[in-house]
Design a protein around this ligand. Structure first.
Ligand SMILES: C[S@@+](CC[C@H](N)C(=O)[O-])C[C@H]1O[C@@H](n2cnc3c(N)ncnc32)[C@H](O)[C@@H]1O
Length: 267
């Protein structure tokens, strides 16, 4: 089934406005990711299917499109510089400065949960028995309901835990009869998964000590990225940090100061 140029242009415009994702130049990717689903739904062509998506005021069908079009690639302890900074700088400073012991950490664009769970394991390892003195829950958000559902389950394939040091695998995962690995309840419960579209205003009650948004903005254009970083800045505590992907950039005028590549601070 072929995706007509006008259908593609309309979809790309809607998705860019609503979700920030830049699909221009990716027509064949869109076609290949949606064709089987559209046929399974009983449509003969994309035009009819998209008309039904735009007419669905519940937003459920657009959510199905998003589930298929987002790239959710992720893995545990991706970009290890951030974990080094987190353990050696962020947590040590936070112990001295966060007076109410309520650490505010947000993994924005968390995909299947590997990212927030990696930071949650680091915190557990760092605090040890002192963890109960702190609120170390991590907010983890995404626009893909599929990714969020899987993240919430906390079950991972043998391949996806491959790069974990054996000590961490033993400490934080339970091998199940079918060969998959389930993250321990204590870690799973320390991550709160929610739907949040990064194009929307940030209305969480308190500001964040650390915002982690890695490998998400690569799919956004410059203006969308600049506006998002401004919103992040306003939602960051004084002295708080922003981690972005190493392949991403943070425009200077947003107010953050670069501490090292991919690590920024509000000061
Ligand atoms: C490539 S994954 C990165 C996952 C993780 N941060 C990492 O670095 O491994 C990008 C994630 O961003 C999410 N995403 C894309 N656009 C988004 C938006 N507008 N709001 C929230 N999440 C979004 C996608 O659904 C996907 O799960």
């Amino acid at each position: 089934m072929t995706l007509r140029e006008d259908d593609f242009q309309r979809l790309a415009a809607v998705i860019k406005t609503k979700y920030g994702l830049n699909l221009y130049g990716k027509k064949f990717l869109v076609q290949s990711r949606l064709t089987n689903y559209v046929l399974d739904c009983g449509f003969d062509n994309f035009t009819e299917y998209f008309n039904s998506v735009y007419a669905d005021s519940s937003g459920n069908e657009m959510a199905n499109v998003i589930n298929r079009l987002t790239t959710n690639y992720t893995y545990f302890f991706r970009e290890e510089d951030h974990f080094r900074h987190f353990k050696e700088v962020f947590l040590r400073e936070a112990e001295k400065t966060v007076a109410d012991r309520d650490l505010r950490i947000w993994s924005a664009g968390c995909s299947f949960g590997n990212e927030p769970y990696s930071f949650a394991m680091c915190m557990d390892d760092h605090f040890g028995f002192r963890k109960s003195w702190w609120d170390t829950r991590i907010l983890a958000t995404d626009i893909s309901f599929n990714a969020l559902r899987m993240a919430q389950k906390g079950v991972f394939s043998p391949q996806s835990v491959d790069n974990l040091p054996p000590r961490w695998l033993d400490k934080y995962f339970i091998k199940q009869d079918n060969g998959t690995y389930r993250i321990q309840d204590q870690i799973r419960q320390s991550v709160i998964f929610r739907y949040h579209n990064l194009m929307d205003p940030i209305i969480f009650k308190k500001k964040f000590d650390l915002i982690i948004c890695r490998n998400v903005m690569i799919y956004f254009d410059e203006q969308t990225k600049r506006e998002l970083i401004k919103r992040f800045y306003n939602a960051t505590e004084e002295g708080g940090y922003l981690y972005i992907g190493h392949a991403e950039t943070c425009p200077k005028e947003t107010g953050y100061k670069m501490i090292q590549p991919a690590i920024f601070r509000k000061m």
